[in-house]
Design a protein around this ligand. Structure first.
Ligand code: SF4
Length: 323
């Protein structure tokens, strides 16, 4: 049974204008997104900036209130929970943010940052919490002496380790990691990714891992979902997606990923045009103005997100037609 089941998630933001600041339109940031994640699995969510992947994560966490849809997490319908019930569920559902510096209070010592979630959830007495802080620092590869320092005294990689330790403090079941390595140097990225993979095994964690970099997502994910303009356009087991992408947008993204073999020949697919504005998305398939395979039907009818076989879902008329 899935640990988390996201059904038809939608999130819009109003656009206000005019002297009176009336609502003049809306941005559809996430539109009809559905997926589930099994216990112990990592689902990667990938796409260009503005595709709705981070908004999806934040809406699941209810950092943004959803416009429509439902999320069932560990048997609880998250969007129906009252404030106190939601606070309790958050113990099992934590988030790691992209910018560890912005997400750590600069005026708090690391000990206080790591202890805070334990206090909020009433976990342990003062002595037990102190022990916990020590253990948390240890599991993320830091040591006790770091507890008395402030966030600015650490490197970006160390700050992200602290961010991960804080997320781990309540022993969650699911961590939503929103671009957790994007702000780090490439050499540090792999250390943090490897740490996250080790911790996943040690603490039986489930991840939703959000990133714009396909090579980062490939490293850590069991399945990968590709988003474009607020919608999931493809979702498949990792190896299948990287070897046999079905959606033209995924093909284009993959063609831009560098390969380590200098002799390997790879033709880069250059997409024409920019990502359309989410406040006025194109009719039919939202990718049609940039798609090298566009057909008449694509301009009028939105393709359905359908199983092309073996759990490989795609929203594209090329494959809907073959079904
Ligand atoms: Fe391209 Fe049409 Fe498929 Fe959209 S539905 S990705 S426009 S072929």
């Amino acid at each position: 049974m899935a640990l988390i089941d996201v059904r038809n998630l939608k999130k819009t933001f109003p656009i206000h204008g005019g002297v009176l600041g009336r609502k003049v339109g809306e941005v559809v940031a996430v539109d009809d997104v559905s997926f589930s994640v099994e216990p112990g699995e990592t689902l990667g969510l990938v796409g260009e900036s503005g595709c709705g992947k981070s908004t999806t994560g934040r809406t699941i966490m209810r950092l943004y209130e959803p416009t429509a849809g439902e999320v069932e997490f560990a048997g609880k319908k998250l969007f129906q929970l009252k404030a106190e019930e939601l606070r309790q569920v958050r113990r099992d559902l934590q988030m790691v943010f992209q910018d560890p510096f912005a997400s750590l209070n600069p005026r708090q010592k690391i000990s206080a940052i790591l202890e805070e979630p334990l206090i909020v959830h009433g976990l342990g007495d003062a002595q037990e919490r102190k022990e916990q802080v020590r253990e948390l620092l240890h599991v993320v590869g830091m040591n006790e002496s770091h507890a008395g320092r402030y966030p600015h005294q650490f490197s970006g990689g160390q700050r992200q380790r602290i961010g991960i330790a804080r997320a781990l403090s309540t022993r969650p079941k699911l961590i939503i990691a929103d671009e957790p390595v994007s702000a780090l140097d490439v050499s540090i990225q792999s250390q943090v990714l490897n740490l996250m993979m080790d911790l996943q095994e040690q603490f039986e964690l489930t991840y939703i891992f959000i990133a714009h970099d396909l090579s980062v997502v490939k490293h850590i994910s069991d399945r990968v979902g590709v988003m474009y303009l607020g919608r999931l356009v493809e979702l498949a087991p990792r190896d299948e997606l990287y070897k046999k992408p079905l959606h033209p947008y995924t093909e284009a993204l993959l063609s831009a990923v560098p390969v380590p073999d200098p002799d390997a020949k790879k033709e880069r697919i250059i997409l024409s045009g920019d990502v359309p504005s989410p406040d006025n998305p194109p009719q039919g398939c939202a990718f049609h103005p940039r798609c090298p395979h566009v057909m008449d039907v694509c301009r009028e009818t939105r393709p359905i997100f359908d199983d092309a076989g073996g759990g490989h879902f795609v929203a594209c008329h090329l494959h809907n037609a073959k079904a």
